[in-house]
Design a protein around this ligand. Structure first.
Ligand code: ATP
Ligand code: MG
Length: 425
């Protein structure tokens, strides 16, 4: 037998048994975004490598070690997108979508990072990203957070998610803080692990992210970013908190939340859960007022977030409230050769009248018992049975597969009435 070729590690197939849940999740997200007036944008999966270097930052985990970068046939350096914000801003600048106007956009699709695969962390994963341009906030910052909070409620996972919030303030304020933090960390370099010593030189704020228990006390006593906030950023943060309070959304101010990408300023936030082990961040984002200009556009304030769909799907598997709808409503069985053509015609007639009903027609013939077994396995609510008698009388036998109810034999008009009750929009 020929050797089978396997999928690439960390890049998953989403199988038919799982895709129903994915589609349901995507459907809920799409309607939610439409309900807030956001429009979809679709960007390519491959971009010039420089786009990510210039936006995410050269000394970040993503750019240093996680990107799938390769040479195009003409030698250009290309990269499979590790995230969507940079592409969205690139597209917005390129098509004049951002300057002197406001835009609320979203995208959905695969992202690629060369990480160590584990539960909730993959090399191809999927994000829904939401970006708002041309608005200074904090009202729009609050809108994005309210929108995510509503989503968790709709998905039935709100009680497992906690909002963490911080402000990275202005670039100037952050620069003073970085200096103070660096000085402090240097004084305590004996306690720093290897990773933190490296970050101390390249990206000191990221040391605050460390989960190393041996450094916990030292980090707890480190200078606080909020002590260096500029007045405008402080007012912005208070404005956001007031709006969240008014909407009844709980949060904690996590002074050590700094995010792993360079482009953020002011508001940053994460929705975290303790139900996914180390992969606890389900949704993360913040303000990036400098990025549009940094990528060659005119200065435009912006804020956005991205959520990881694999992590949400994992949470939904444990959520009672979130039921995956059945994929087949009715299964049509044809017993005997004489019923085969009428069964196909019946299926098409039903689809004419009830286009949203999911109708599966038995194919491949076989015994009645086998066809009924298939009907049951399909998840259908009803089996419609056509045999010689039904064909002669121009009627259809309806068997209730999920209810304790006797079967009945109906004319087409009566049948359509019964089937109409199964249609879910
Ligand atoms: P983490 O700290 O878990 O590495 P991150 O800060 O790198 O996350 P972002 O770049 O902010 O993540 O991406 C936003 C969201 O995308 C994350 O909160 C997570 O839900 C999801 N995500 C990021 N990387 C992966 C991955 N490798 N596999 C699956 N989901 C991911
Ligand atoms: Mg990461």
């Amino acid at each position: 037998m020929a050797k089978q070729i396997q999928a690439i590690r960390g890049m998953n197939d989403i199988l038919p048994e799982q895709s129903g849940r994915w589609q349901q999740l995507e459907h809920v997200i799409r309607s939610l975004l439409a309900g807030y007036g956001y429009s979809e944008i679709r960007m390519p999966i491959v971009e010039q490598t420089d786009l990510f270097k210039r936006s995410i930052g050269e000394v970040t985990d993503i750019v240093e070690k996680e990107m799938y970068t390769f040479a195009d046939r003409n030698g250009d350096s290309l990269t499979l997108r590790p995230e969507g914000t940079a592409s969205c801003v690139r597209a917005g600048n390129e098509h004049g979508l951002l300057y002197n106007q406001t835009r609320r956009m979203w995208y959905m699709g695969p992202m690629f990072r060369h990480e160590r695969p584990q539960k909730g962390r993959y090399r191809q994963f999927h994000q829904v990203g939401v970006e708002a341009f041309g608005l200074n906030g904090p009202d729009i910052d609050a809108e994005l957070i309210l929108m995510t909070a509503r989503l968790w409620k709709q998905l039935g996972i709100a009680e497992h998610l906690q909002l963490e919030l911080n402000s990275l303030a202005s670039n100037e304020a952050r620069a003073s803080y970085r200096q103070a933090l660096t000085d402090y960390l240097r004084e305590h370099s004996a306690v720093l692990d290897e990773d933190s010593l490296r970050r101390l030189e390249t990206n000191p704020l990221r040391v605050l992210d460390s989960k190393n228990q041996a450094m916990a006390d030292m980090l707890a006593a480190a200078p606080k970013l909020s002590e260096y906030w500029d007045d405008e950023s402080r007012t912005h943060f208070q404005g956001l908190c007031e709006r969240l309070d008014a909407a009844g959304i709980q949060y904690i101010h996590n002074e050590r939340l700094v995010r792993g990408l360079d482009y953020y300023n002011r508001t940053v936030f994460e929705w975290v859960t303790d139900s996914l082990g180390a992969q606890g961040t389900v949704c993360a984002g913040g303000r990036y007022d400098g990025l549009v200009q940094q990528l060659g556009g005119k200065a435009t304030p912006a804020v956005g977030f991205a959520m990881g769909l694999e992590r949400l799907v994992l949470m939904l598997e444990n959520a009672e409230a979130f039921k995956v709808p059945r994929e087949v409503d009715v299964y049509i069985a044809a017993v005997g050769d004489v019923a085969e053509l009428p069964a196909m015609a019946l299926a098409e007639e039903i689809r004419d009248v009830l286009p949203n009903l999911r109708v599966m027609l038995h194919c491949g013939g076989g015994k009645f018992a086998k066809q009924l077994k298939r009907a049951d396995q399909s998840g259908a609510e009803l089996a419609l049975i056509l045999g010689a008698d039904e064909v002669a009388e121009q009627r259809v036998t309806v068997k209730y597969l999920r209810q304790d109810k006797p079967q009945e034999t109906l004319a087409f008009a009566e049948l359509v009435e019964v089937l109409g009750t199964l249609v879910v929009e």
